[in-house]
Design a protein around this ligand. Sequence first.
Ligand code: BJW
Ligand code: ZN
Length: 256
Amino acid sequence: MIDLFDDVAQSLRTARSIVVLTGAGISAESGIPTFRDALTGLWARFNAAELATLEAFAHDPELVSRWYDQRRIQVAQCRPNAGHLALAHLQQIARGRGKSFTLATQNVDRLHQAAGSTEVIELHGSLWVWRCLDCGTESEERGGAFEEYPPTCPCGGIRRPGVVWFGEMLPAAALAAAQVAAERCDRFISVGTSSLVYPAAGLIEQAIAAGASVLEVNPHATPLSDRVRWSLRGPAGELLPRLVDAAFGSPSGKNV
Ligand code: BJW
Ligand code: ZN
């Protein structure tokens, strides 16, 4: 009998077009808490979903900008894990074999890019980019912590993190590119997302509706688990390298 892993691996080999959607779970093994993990330390009395809104920022810009800046500094110390690396490897192999490959992420940590993935679609923006509320200037911040909260722009305006908060529109071009890819693909891999937040979770539903074979990689079930073709239960940092290796061989060249 063909086992689940071999079945998924075989389907990746025969895929024409692969789309991967990632969420916070793929960065958990890099030491970044998932969005729905309880906040710890100084932030233990806050709820992340309540801080990630324009209303929270408008009410207390110092508090919210401190939280984002602390996360930026924390992420700067984190490295991509084996799951990120496996997806970068999968992109290289898939494209090398003439397959279409799209990676869309809900994450704001840029660890996919650090792992070598290219043309990553960022659905929820980035922790590294800050934007002036007055003049709209965006800049990437790679230095140490800000000296004032909220940080200010040379024009005098206050700056906000370049992420997408609840109630805000996703960047139109990023969302459109991900939707087109989800509708056209024949294999879709959802990794480390609770599938609770829309419109990102809707990409999984769009792929299912368009007839793609969908794989979910997550230690826990999600609201969409019953609708996907395969569920691999476990940490992405273990399962993705095994899967890519089973499908195409390891980066060292075996089976490629
Ligand atoms: C592992 C693991 C390991 C752990 N390996 N896995 C339709 C229906 C209902 C509501 C809506 C709807 N459409 C829109 C809405 C409203 C809202 C929404 O979806 N609300 C839901 C909560 C119901 N959506 C929006 O507001 C969006 N905007 C929008 O739709 O605009 C149009 C509009 C406006 C106004 C009204 C109506 C429409 C914007 C959403 C923006 C989300 N932003 C955030 C914050 C980003 C900045 C920041 O980081 O602070 O994005 S919220 C947060 O959730 C973050 C994440 O990207 C996102 C998704 O979370 P994710 O990645 O799935 O993480 P977790 O923590 O939830 O799950 C981790 C998973 O990993 C778990 O399953 C673990 O088991 C797993 N795991 N270890 C693999 N080792
Ligand atoms: Zn400005």
